[in-house]
Design a binder for this molecule. Structure first.
Ligand code: SF4
Length: 373
């Protein structure tokens, strides 16, 4: 079983913290959709006939696609790929300002059965600081609209750690979603990525940097509030009520094959990773000429081990010493892990190493200490 990712590289406006690939000019949207259809055809052998069990529209802002454009994309998918007959998970990332009743009803007439809504916060001050295109009333309304239209499988994105987000506001954001019984939450710490508007503002002093202690306290509250409400913390940033894990994202973390379509999209087939050019005009031009514009990297044993540690430690499944032994790094890992077992940020049960609650906020740093090479 495999996954398919489609990158829709357009947004209405640029959020100040964002470093994803997108354009705020929609003038090439028609040509882009034609190129995506063409790439779906060109890449039809990549998964070697493995049936798709998940399809994910990410971006950018996939909710900018019209129903006609979505219909054309689904037609190409069903024509060129084998699709698991039952239980297909089809997710579309959507922004609250796009999810009016009419749009949601249109989406119900497509194979999309899961919406990932970019709420980020219910506070006007947070949304303005982030330069989101929606306001707090749209954030509330879109969830109601989606639930009324019958979308049960919802996931909502939130951001914590912003200098504008008080602990009280953060608790209110979480309790709003918990009381609505949203089955899946993705909660990310605000990070200041190089070359973003936010990085520029922090540099010139017009925005405050992220305070690690403030962010860590909000992460702590996140773990407590979701645990009390019955959510399972199955990946550092992801929380689900039982039975509502993101199957698409879980397949990335479990090393399954996936094909990425569109500019900047990544693909993985078990032994190599490739990524398309992150430039809309160059992508369209190359696809029109019949070439998929990508760079490819064959994964060395060191890269495979490092990736496994990086992703495994972020998940509730942890890292298996047997798998690490297969990759040839058993001694390196076991030696390096001793310090984290001693300081209580890691625990081992049988052959599986997992981070404790105290270790989760430090996951990326701990993984980096265990890297080889
Ligand atoms: S809508 Fe999403 S992809 Fe677009 S700028 Fe904002 S965070 Fe980035």
């Amino acid at each position: 079983m495999a996954g398919l990712y489609l990158h829709i590289p357009f947004c209405k406006q640029a959020c100040h913290y964002c470093n994803f690939h997108f354009s705020t000019s929609l003038k090439n949207k028609d040509a882009m959709v034609a190129a995506l259809l063409q790439e779906l055809r060109l890449q039809r052998e990549y998964l070697e006939g493995e049936p798709l069990e998940t399809i994910y529209f990410g971006g950018g802002t996939p909710s900018l696609l019209s129903q006609l454009e979505l219909d054309a994309i689904f037609e190409a998918i069903f024509k060129h790929y084998s699709v698991a007959p039952q239980n297909l998970e089809v997710t579309l990332e959507a922004n609250p300002d796009d999810l009016a009743v009419l749009k949601i009803n249109e989406l119900r007439n497509t194979p999309i059965n899961r919406l990932s809504i970019g709420v980020q916060s219910f506070s006007e001050a947070d949304l303005r600081f982030m330069n989101r295109a929606h306001d707090a009333s749209e954030a509330h309304a879109c969830i109601q609209n989606a639930q009324h239209a019958g979308f049960e499988n919802l996931t909502v994105d939130l951001i914590y750690g912003s200098p504008t987000t008080s602990h009280q506001q953060w608790a209110a954001n979480l309790s709003t979603l918990i009381s609505l019984r949203i089955p899946h939450l993705s909660c990310y710490c605000l990070t200041i990525e190089p070359k973003t508007a936010l990085a520029h503002q922090v540099k010139k002093g017009s925005a405050q940097p992220v305070d690690d202690e403030h962010a860590a306290q909000q992460f702590e509250h996140l773990m407590e509030a979701t645990e009390r409400a019955g959510y399972e913390h199955y990946e550092i940033s992801n929380f689900a009520l039982p039975g509502w894990y993101s199957r698409h994202n879980a397949s990335y973390w479990q090393g399954k094959k996936y094909l990425g379509i569109g500019p900047s999209a990544h693909s993985y087939n078990g032994h190599s990773r490739q990524w398309n050019v992150a430039n809309n005009a160059n992508y369209i031009r190359s696809i029109q000429a019949g070439d998929v514009p990508f760079e490819l990297e064959l994964l060395t044993p060191v890269q495979r081990y490092n990736e496994y540690v990086m992703t495994g430690l972020r998940t509730a499944w942890g890292c298996s010493l047997l798998k690490i032994k297969d990759l040839g790094f058993e001694t390196h890992f076991a030696e390096g892990a001793k310090v984290f077992l001693e300081d209580g940020t890691m625990q081992v049960v049988g052959n599986t190493y997992r981070l404790t609650k105290a270790g989760r906020f430090l996951a990326d740093g701990i993984a980096a200490e265990l890297f080889a090479g």
